[in-house]
Design a protein around this ligand. Sequence first.
Ligand SMILES: O=C(O)C(=O)C[C@]1(C(=O)O)C=C[C@@H](O)C=C1
Length: 291
Amino acid sequence: MEKKLAFLGPRGTFTEEAARTLTQRQPLSLVPYPSIIDVLDAVSNKEVAFGVVPMENSIEGTVNSTLDWLIHEVDLPILAELALPIAQNLLVAKREQALPLSAITKVLSHPQAIAQSHNFLRENLPHAKIEYMNSTALAAKTVSEHPEEPWAAVGTKLNVEIYPLEFAREQIQDYSNNYTRFVLVGTEPLELQASSREKTTILVTLPEDFPGALYQVLAAFAWRKVNLSRIESRPTKKALGSYYFVIDIEQKMDDVLLPGAFAEIEAIGCQVRQLGTYPFYMQGAKLEANL
Ligand SMILES: O=C(O)C(=O)C[C@]1(C(=O)O)C=C[C@@H](O)C=C1
């Protein structure tokens, strides 16, 4: 029987595109789930072997529900990461007479997609109500199912191929270098295409807040000349002002330098949890220098 991979659905999300690109050589059956949390829970409960969820967008930053669920609720290793170029479009149901932007009363989409098109929406549809949905594809599907309503969705080009929709405007994102990083998580190994770039993600907990604590953590990487590509603080949810630090390291775990750096960090009383050590891929190369 084919192994299953869960993705944030319904059909036509950016996440589906990422899942297909990441696993194109694998005989997997792709199953849509209604939310990011449902995807991660399905992998954790072993309903499916793998899952793909969005992790970070170059305009809007971290997808908090993904990161927080991986930190607090499930223990799933990241197996791979893919950065995809994202283009947002304003989509309306197919109708005989074109719908002018001024007639649109409601815009539906995923909060990340709305945030990526914030300036466009403020300038062109200041009167429209915003309704957040679990994914861009769910917004597109909903709009296509209500052609009698003057509604629009913010979503992918693929949605126009899947649902009876047309473009009201193409490419409405506020910045052209719009990329989202997606992660593949799983409870078993998966044979993936080789990549020249590898990453390790860790979660660091400081023992207490003392002067220079974070500086000492960073020093363990700095003097070893280990490059970090992201540092993000997320609340531990235990007390106000108490944080975890999520650190992306531009190196694989089997590197001799990382065990030494982790031991040094642990020696000052920090806890280090690995969230994964994995290959990193990128479609289109514009942002390469910054990733
Ligand atoms: O709604 C989708 O199509 C998704 O795949 C989710 C998501 C996200 O959460 O970041 C993915 C990429 C875009 O940044 C906007 C939305």
